[in-house]
Design a protein around this ligand. Sequence first.
Ligand SMILES: Nc1ncnc2c1ncn2[C@@H]1O[C@H](COP(=O)(O)OP(=O)(O)OP(=O)(O)O)[C@@H](O)[C@H]1O
Length: 590
Amino acid sequence: MGDAAALLLRAAAPDRAHLVQGLFWLLVAAGLEALGPLIAKTFIDTFLLPRRADLPEIAVLLLGSLLAGMVASWLRYRQLTRLAGLAMRSVQRIRENVYGHVLRLPMSFFDRAITGQLVSRVTNDTEAVKMLYVQVLFVMLDSVIVLAGAMLAMMWLDWRLMLIVATLVPAMTVIVALYQRLSAPAVTRTRELRSELNAQVAESIGGMGVLQASNATERFSGRFAAINEAHYRSRQRELRANAWLLRPVLDLLNVLLLATVIFVFSLRSEGGVGMTALEVGVLYAFISYIARVVEPLIQITMQFAQLQQAMVGAARVHALLKEAETPVAPPRGRVTEGAIAIEHLDFGYLPGRQVLHGLDLRIAAGSFHGIVGHTGSGKSTLLSLLLRFYPAPAGSIRIDGTPVDAIGEDHFREAVGLVPQEPFLLAASARENIAMGRAMTDEQVHEAARAAHAHDFIMGLEHGYDTPLGEGGARLSVGQKQLIAIARALAGKPRILFLDEATSHIDSETEQVVQRALSGLRGQVTIVAIAHRLSTIREADRIVVLNHGRIAERGTHGELMAIEGGLYQRLYLLQQLEEEEEEAPEEAPE
Ligand SMILES: Nc1ncnc2c1ncn2[C@@H]1O[C@H](COP(=O)(O)OP(=O)(O)OP(=O)(O)O)[C@@H](O)[C@H]1O
């Protein structure tokens, strides 16, 4: 609750002055509205019962009542729409904050995060916060103000009777507390289940090919239906608490209260003092005020159901916002040449489970280094550290003499390019996919595409660089996607280019294109390529062989092949054998 309130207050802070103004005018409106029954009471007591027909005075009274009502309605309408506008602006800020925050979270967060659930937080949960603002808080606020106005007017008329009516407030508090206790677990569970639904949809769409190929669609439908059913049941539980507790109980209280007030009046008249003219007016005013008190109370309690949901949503958003962002390095050093020095690098993702053990490696500026090794030997981990996706121990990685964590973020990302294993393409044109939002001329985009040997095939597409590539680049072959990813990395004119198994999914012909592209960059850009396919890095200046997180061998292809029984030699021969088998399956013995 406190967290959610803090989140809302922070988001509303820039509009504080407007909010205070809005509240002031709402108070004025409530005051004017509270005048209605008072005017009616004056009319009954002064003119109706004594049968005084003072027309000008009556006209003034009626006109005053009409005017007060109209001004109050106008003020309320104006202020509520204005406050709703401010509320939506606050939610807009929250959503932008959450998205921006997610973009700055360290990669270790995404090891744990589930995409669909995360999307649910950025969209559904912030939507719930909007509900909190727009519907709940303002309806509640308005109701509280109207309630306070009516209470004050009643106190002025007859404070003892007012106290009877005021018993409604603690009664309502008890009901709401009971409701909260009963429904809170269901509300939290509903939101969790909703985010699970999102997660499953996102996951299934992402892996549709595998899902259909492994004939898992039925099973997935079944799983989805089970979560959906649980969601329905959880919602039912919420609604039941709502249906039983809120409105009916309050309606009952309303009737009881009216009966009590009328009973007290009858007691007074039976007590010898006949019901005076004054009391009839007061009775009328009280009956109107009771209706005015009950309605906001009903509104407030009804809103509690929504409030509950919104608070849970806000707490989830708040928890996400509390995740620590990647620390931003003070921009001290710069990448100038692109020389990398790794010294005594130890690293593990989890305490007590070391993945890299005391690596020492110098990569000269402009050189081409290949990194190979068995699955799980730590290649991707090394790359993640070089890319600052995870923090390396202080001083263990330096670029051009500067510790890697001391280089300013923007400069670092400009100077370092990455071609990932799975090319990530946007549902946009080839040009947009290469430029990635950077301000680039056509010539710069073409130049990068030429360097990546992607220009020719892009020109062959229907609309050249303007051809939409479909979601995830669905209209391209894997090799073509990879060439676009290389062009994108080169377009930033990096000093260092990292390739993470960029050739493992492409055919030999495209691989040769990639090899030519890499050769063309020799001497200009430092290249570090993890390669499963050894032919990609055959021409590298140096190949580093990792084994269980340690450097086992290093040297050129020729040098490593010369180590009899060496790890590289064995990997290479094994791969050659596999390739030969793949090329000649028909020669298999019958
Ligand atoms: N995000 C992570 N959290 C925890 N442990 C991890 C994480 N990523 C990798 N590991 C562990 O670190 C070790 C090295 O993994 P890494 O991915 O670096 O190997 P790799 O040589 O790149 O393997 P591959 O060729 O299969 O990609 C493995 O034991 C792996 O289980």
